[in-house]
Write a protein that binds this ligand. Structure first.
Ligand SMILES: NC(=O)c1ccc[n+]([C@@H]2O[C@H](COP(=O)([O-])OP(=O)(O)OC[C@H]3O[C@@H](n4cnc5c(N)ncnc54)[C@H](O)[C@@H]3O)[C@@H](O)[C@H]2O)c1
Length: 386
């Protein structure tokens, strides 16, 4: 089954998934490897059209310049998956692995249906040996399932070398993270232990980062109750060289597509392994985040004389963090919904998020029902109570 990687010269790469990982990763790859042709494919036609347009589907500092420089030369975006897969020497699987919304593990386990369908498509269309690199964040042992799917469906004379290379870029700093990664991990079929460690590491790292934020947010609740300044506490904690200053800023809570789903998956796996105390420990990191988001909304109401009905409140920033337009799991959604339920009228401004996305996230059809969306922060703040 396994092909020696050295026997496959890599001139053409195809990446399945033109999202927050596939898009920036392949753009930086194309920039740094002008002799390699990189084609990013996705079944989402709108997304591919946006990658081929002046307005890219995602915002990342520096990304637009790179895409403009490489697109049409050695970087291509397409919905025509079969020919791109057939031609490629190396294939990245960079599709989403959301939390399951049905069946076994509902609400917690990672849904691997997209990864599996990629493996099936590769086996169906490819008629020569290839390297397949799993970039999506997947649970331990799923590289083995990719191998099994490929093995069961492969054509005669074709073999695959499957590697795990989880991506650690963070949205908002993706280009810089790709150019200067803290670490690059590659697991091959030779070392089963190494491969398992690599799968585990990609979500364990996210769990640790989220845990730090939940920890400082828990301290922030104590500080508020006792009149201490959490930013001073965080500064002092960060000076301890064993801890360092990063991910120590108290906030309304963490968001984004990765932390929640990776920890939920960790909880699910721990429970499946009968490690109930471990599962409860990591569940608490999520619970603390939910508590912080609710606490934030409640504090706004309290500080406005316990009623915000008919009051106008400006929300500056709607994405889950700066320098991105991604609103997945953004705490702003939770807070905004809370304020709307309390009868407030919201003026929302975020230069990186489309109006339609904000309305969708808040389950609103239009701007009639308590929301106005602004393109200028001063306009958004005009006439508001807070
Ligand atoms: N977003 C991040 O910051 C980040 C960081 C590190 C790792 N990851 C991991 O990388 C993976 C991808 O994340 P993302 O944020 O880029 O997801 P995304 O949702 O932005 O993009 C995934 C893309 O894959 C496409 N897709 C899904 N199934 C497909 C199929 N069968 N054929 C063709 N296209 C298909 C979707 O249409 C979508 O455009 C996830 O496993 C995630 O956990 C994400």
């Amino acid at each position: 089954m396994a092909t020696n990687i050295a026997e496959i010269p890599v001139r053409k790469i195809c990446c399945i998934g033109a999202g927050y990982v596939g898009g920036p990763t392949c753009s930086v790859l194309a920039l740094n490897c002008p002799d390699i042709q990189v084609t990013v494919v996705d079944r989402n036609e709108l997304r591919i059209n946006q990658w081929n347009s002046e307005k890219l589907p995602i915002y990342e500092p520096g990304l637009e310049e790179i895409v403009k420089q490489c697109r049409g030369k050695n970087l291509f975006f397409s919905t025509d998956m079969a020919p791109a897969l057939k031609e490629a020497d190396l294939i990245f699987i960079s599709v989403n692995t959301p939390t399951k919304t049905f069946g076994l593990g509902k609400g917690r386990a990672a849904d691997l249906k997209f990864v599996e369908s990629c493996a099936r498509l590769i086996a169906e269309v490819c008629d020569r040996s290839k390297i397949v690199v799993e970039k999506s964040t997947v649970p331990v042992r799923s590289a083995a399932s990719i191998v099994n799917v490929l093995k069961a469906n492969t054509k005669p004379g074709v073999s695959y070398q499957v590697l795990s290379n989880p991506e650690f870029l963070a949205e908002g700093t993706a280009v810089n993270d790709l150019k200067n990664p803290d670490r690059v991990l590659i697991g091959g079929e030779e070392s089963e232990e190494g491969k398992k460690a690599i799968s585990a590491l990609s979500w364990a790292a996210n769990a640790f980062l989220a845990q730090r934020i939940s920890s400082i947010n828990a301290i922030s609740a104590v500080c508020e109750a006792t009149g201490a300044d959490v930013s001073e506490v965080a500064k002092a904690i960060g000076l301890d060289s064993r801890l360092g200053p990063k991910f120590l800023q108290a906030s309304v809570g963490w968001g984004g597509s990765c932390f929640q789903k990776d920890i939920l998956n960790l909880v699910y796996i721990s429970e499946s392994l009968n490690l109930t105390s471990v599962a409860a420990y990591w569940q608490q990191v999520i619970d603390m985040n939910e508590y912080q988001k609710s606490r934030f909304g409640e504090r706004i109401v309290q500080s406005m004389f316990n009623t915000i009905t008919d009051k106008r409140i400006a929300i500056l920033g709607f994405a889950f963090k700066k320098n991105t337009g991604d609103t997945r799991e953004s705490p702003a959604i939770h807070v905004a919904k809370h304020l709307l339920e309390e009868g407030a009228f919201l003026h929302i401004y975020d230069p990186k998020v489309e109006k339609a996305q904000i309305l969708l996230d808040l389950d609103q059809l239009d701007e009639e029902s308590g929301i106005s969306i602004h393109t200028d922060p001063y306009e958004a703040a005009k006439g508001t109570h807070a």
